[in-house]
Design a protein around this ligand. Structure first.
Ligand code: SAM
Length: 260
């Protein structure tokens, strides 16, 4: 394909056949499944996915890639191309009617907008069976991080609230063209049937978590000023002198469940 990779679309195309094979074995696609790929690009994963599943929906923002991709896949299977911004796609609307947790979402995501895409998908977690993503290695480390570690932050809490996180393997920059400046990792996310902890108001939970990590060096008492007073901390059993990075999911839930 004669295409000049575009930095603004986070285009680093996968070309290593061994990595592609490893990705496919982790996903293990089957013909009766509802597969959706975000950012198919030149089709490195698209073609083998389509060969295995026979049917595939892809969401690609760069309209210059859409025609050549359709051409490459013409005789391979039934490809539905949505030339749209994945951040604006209602993924649940793509699920078969009457199904729950049916979608299998896949993507070597554009690294510049991977976090917004993850948050967009989390809102639609009940429609999703699993997700397999190639991401910047550091992002996967943050997703899987435990409390008290440097990588633990808002992304860790919000992802682990909704999903089981399974880091699968690392990939060096040489597997892509052009090579990114960072290492990559492949990860599986399995949406939980019920969120990991009981939260009364998800918007408040999200705000507590966001504020707790906005300035990591602040104590929770300062970071959550206006949201919680010392009585709230005492009722939740959380030390107001602690920092957000030390709190478990259950402690964040306990804090956000206190009345404003
Ligand atoms: N899947 C291909 C591969 O592995 O070689 C391409 C991966 S490349 C890292 C990311 C892809 O996402 C590009 O094709 C890019 O055009 C597309 N993309 C970027 N922003 C997007 C968005 N907001 N919505 C959908 N696709 C997007």
């Amino acid at each position: 394909m004669n295409h000049q990779p575009r930095k603004r679309f986070g285009q680093n195309f996968l070309h290593d056949p061994q990595v592609i094979q490893r990705i496919l074995s982790c996903i293990a696609p089957r013909p009766d499944q509802s597969l959706i790929e975000i950012g198919p690009g030149q089709g490195a994963i698209t073609l083998p996915l389509l060969q295995a599943a026979g049917r595939l929906t892809v969401v690609e923002l760069d309209r210059d890639l859409v025609g050549p991709l359709a051409e490459r896949c013409r005789n391979v299977g039934e490809l539905h191309i949505l030339n749209q911004d994945a951040l604006k796609v209602d993924f649940c609307a793509l699920a078969p009617s009457g199904s729950t947790a049916a979608l299998r979402i896949i993507g070597n995501l554009p690294y510049n907008i991977s976090t917004p895409i993850l948050f967009h998908l989390l809102k639609q977690a009940p429609c999703i069976r699993d997700m397999h993503f190639m991401l910047q290695k550091e992002v996967v480390e943050r997703m899987a991080a435990a409390p008290g570690t440097e990588a633990y932050g808002r992304l860790s809490v919000m992802i682990q609230y909704r999903c089981q996180v399974e880091p699968l393997f690392h990939i060096g920059p040489g597997a892509f063209r052009p090579a990114p400046r960072v290492d990559s990792a492949f990860v599986r996310l399995l949406p939980l049937e019920q969120p990991a902890v009981t939260v009364r108001d998800e918007a408040r939970f999200a705000e507590v978590v966001q504020r707790a990590f906005a300035q990591r060096r602040k104590t929770l008492r300062n970071a959550l000023k206006g949201l919680l007073d010392d009585t709230g901390f005492a009722a939740a059993g959380v030390d107001p002198g602690a920092r957000g990075e030390t709190l478990s999911l259950a402690q964040f839930a306990a804090l956000s469940n206190q009345p404003a």
